[in-house]
Design a protein around this ligand. Structure first.
Ligand SMILES: Cc1ncc(C[n+]2csc(CCOP(=O)(O)OP(=O)(O)O)c2C)c(N)n1
Ligand SMILES: [Mg+2]
Length: 687
């Protein structure tokens, strides 16, 4: 792999003590470096000052590291921020967002005008408080919750290797991360680096802004981990350098580029570098410097005093550095153009996140089979059957599990396993790392070229939730295969039985939760999950067997979130709403009510939020006019009132579960056809 031509020639290191002062006796390259790094510092200080909010400390401290990386190593072209073979740069410490915005502006990213820098943190600007990839061209992922960017980067680095295994020399780039103390203190960093180290993701290079300062003060208040040793223990190469010495930074990156494993470069830096009083203290972390301190910093760094006045020579140097990737990109495009058209079309389709044709046809064929012989199976098993078909028609679908493969039923026979140094497979053993898995899935999807589905027990979405929330925010179509979705899992007991999780996941904007009732619905929900390209989907699946609720195939009835699965015999007095395993119970209650002369209809609700998003007509038609509404779900009531109203009856859980065979639990907690019928009759005044 070739680096783009370095913009600045190597230069002798300057003594560190002189770094703040301008010293024209230093070699020209070092002086140029300082001019460029100080331009970044100037924009960061001024933008934060103007917004009266933000974080100047990180951009000022990490400016040297970023300048070396972006001017000598990073492969990118500001003219095409989405170029598939660009290096990825992840600012995991999202609070330092002004670092990225300053770089994008200085490098000549068209959209990042100086005006956007001046509107830092204002409504509608391209410069939100923390970087948001869906707002700002050139930003690779949304960061701010510490540790997430590092987790994403592991997925990006893995995706690069996986895509290279399929597309050869069209994929040949690296993933760089700038991570702070906070990123490395967060638990997710443990999962992320262990996975990267195990998989030998040697295209992953983490630059650690080792400034020894966090919000409360010096790191010594709360941390004494030796990060170099920690990363080494996880299978990384790791080194410590002076993060204000351009040559040391460059040498360390050069070494990292040839390593056989991922690399940590701990860059010793001074937070708020250049600020006379606040540098090196937590005061530089997260507030405007203030007029006096800002003026002092500008003087020390040899910068003009006026706000947003970046020296033109520095801007010119940055623009030249930004221009150096064009040739590499053009050369890549010629290579792409020379490939057979199938290769070109396939890579282009996959990088654009478009799904292949054939999903609907494959699901329709599966549904015909299910209609011919409706099986009594657990929906996790039905999911496996759907995957047998779908993995064939969606070649970009990567599956995996956080060490529950035999329970989640996610590894179909046709999937080979991804292993260290061998990335041609399609199944990832994530290890017992739910959070790391969900963050890596985000990175895999952000990188492009893949659809990603990962699995664990529904109850452990708690361990993955911060990354799932970011998938929803970013609009990433991650698919979470979450089995063992209620007390129906039985003997493992309340620690493993989700009760509040459906409600909690439904509460995340843009998250779609499906709880299919049988094999037919499971096939339909998989289709909807795979066809969705603007946000994540949870598939909540059972451990226990379910009788078929629906025996005819027809159109995808889950697509509107809810539908009448069993009409009333006569004018309905009752509508019973249920999801997943409780549809069977509602159907039992319908039969009991019929015996009592009460016509009831049953509505299956595979997705509450998808249903509530339908227009008035559909919602009114499905909810119907029956006087009494009862909902059944082996989970908490929260959320169901939107369908049944506060007058509706709810049969479900209001406590944690218990350890027992699942049939005993349904009896014990009163989630039975009898109790549902009783609840309806009570509302009708017929008890
Ligand atoms: C998960 C999470 N917890 C807490 C925060 C709030 N927060 C933002 S930065 C920060 C720590 C600052 O220390 P460091 O990461 O070393 O950054 P530096 O001050 O050196 O720029 C904290 C606690 C956060 N953004 N994410
Ligand atoms: Mg710090």
């Amino acid at each position: 792999m070739t680096n783009p031509k370095p913009f600045l020639a190597a230069a002798a290191p300057a003594p560190q003590a002189a770094a703040v002062r301008r010293d024209d006796s230093r070699p020209a390259a070092r002086a140029q470096h300082d001019r460029m790094a100080n331009a970044v510092r100037a924009l960061a200080m001024d933008a934060v000052e103007q917004a009266k909010s933000g974080h100047p400390g990180l951009p000022m401290g990490a400016a040297d590291v970023a300048t070396v990386l972006f001017t000598r190593f990073l492969k990118f072209d500001p003219a095409d921020p989405a170029w598939p073979d660009r290096d990825r740069f992840v600012l995991s410490a999202g609070h330092g967002s002004m670092l990225v915005y300053a770089l994008l502006h200085l490098l000549g990213y068209e959209a990042m005008k100086l005006d956007e820098i001046k509107r830092f943190r204002q409504l509608g600007s391209l410069t939100p408080g923390h970087p948001e990839n869906f707002i700002t061209p050139g930003v690779e992922t949304t960061t701010g919750p510490l540790g997430q960017g590092l987790g994403n980067a592991v997925g990006m680095a893995l995706a690069e290797r996986m895509l290279a295994a399929q597309f050869g020399d069209l994929v040949d780039h690296r993933t760089y991360v700038l991570a702070s103390d906070g990123d490395l203190m967060e638990g997710i960093s443990h999962e992320a680096i262990a996975l990267a180290g195990h998989l030998k993701l040697n295209r992953l290079i983490v630059l650690f802004d080792d400034n020894g300062i966090s919000i409360d003060g010096p790191l010594s208040l709360a941390d004494s981990v030796d990060q170099v040793k920690r990363f080494e223990a996880a299978g990384w190469a790791a080194t410590r350098i002076d993060g204000h010495d351009p040559e040391a930074i460059a040498k360390a990156i050069e070494r990292a580029q040839t390593a056989d494993r991922p690399t940590l470069i701990a860059c010793k830096t001074t937070i708020g570098f250049g600020a006379p009083k606040k540098a090196g203290t937590s005061k530089a972390h997260g507030e405007a410097l203030g007029a006096e301190e800002l003026a002092g910093a500008k003087q020390a760094l040899g910068l003009p005093a006026a706000a947003f006045d970046v020296p033109q020579d520095a801007v010119a140097l940055w623009r030249a550095a930004g221009a150096r990737g064009r040739a590499v990109r053009t050369e890549w495009q010629q290579r792409l153009a020379a490939k057979p058209s199938e290769v070109r079309t396939e890579l282009t389709r996959r990088m654009a996140g478009q799904r292949p044709t054939g999903i609907a046809r494959a699901v329709a064929a599966l549904k015909d089979k299910l209609a011919a012989q409706p099986p009594t199976v657990a929906t996790r098993k039905a999911s496996e059957a759907a995957l047998e078909v779908l993995t064939e028609v969606v070649p970009e679908l990567i599956l995996g599990s956080a060490d529950l493969t035999p329970s989640n039923n996610t590894r179909t026979k046709n999937l080979t396993v991804i292993a260290p140094g061998s990335y041609g497979g399609r199944y990832i053993h994530y290890g017992i790392r739910e959070h790391g898995m969900a963050a890596a899935m985000n990175g895999i999807i952000l990188h492009g070229g893949f659809a990603a589905a990962g699995a664990t027990f529904l109850v452990f979405t708690d361990y993955a939730r911060p990354a799932m929330r970011l998938a929803a925010l970013m609009g990433l179509p991650a698919i979470y295969v979450m089995t063992h979705d209620s007390i129906g899992l039985g003997e493992d007991g309340p620690t493993h039985q989700p009760v509040e999780h459906l409600a909690a996941l439904r509460a995340i904007p843009n998250m779609r939760v499906f709880r299919p009732a049988d094999a037919m619905e499971t096939a339909e929900c998989w289709q909807l999950a795979l066809e969705r390209t603007d946000g994540p989907t949870v598939l909540a699946l059972t451990r226990q067997n379910l009788a078929p609720a629906r025996k005819e195939a027809g159109p995808n009835r889950c697509a509107e979130g809810a539908y009448e699965v069993a009409p009333a015999d006569g004018a309905a007095q009752v509508t019973l709403f249920a999801s997943g395993s409780e549809v069977e119970i509602a159907l039992g209650a319908q039969a009991l009510l019929k015996q009592r002369g009460v016509p009831a209809r049953v509505v299956s609700v595979p997705s509450v939020e998808l249903f509530l998003a339908q227009g008035d007509d559909i919602r009114r038609a499905v909810v119907g006019a029956a006087k009494v509404k009862v909902a059944v779900e082996a989970a908490v009531r929260q959320g169901w009132d939107a369908i049944i109203g506060t007058d509706g009856a709810f049969v479900g859980m209001s406590t944690f579960g218990a350890s027992a065979p699942h049939k005993d639990l349904y009896q014990h907690f009163g989630i039975t056809p009898e109790k549902v019928a009783e609840a309806a009759l009570a509302k009708l005044g017929k008890t």
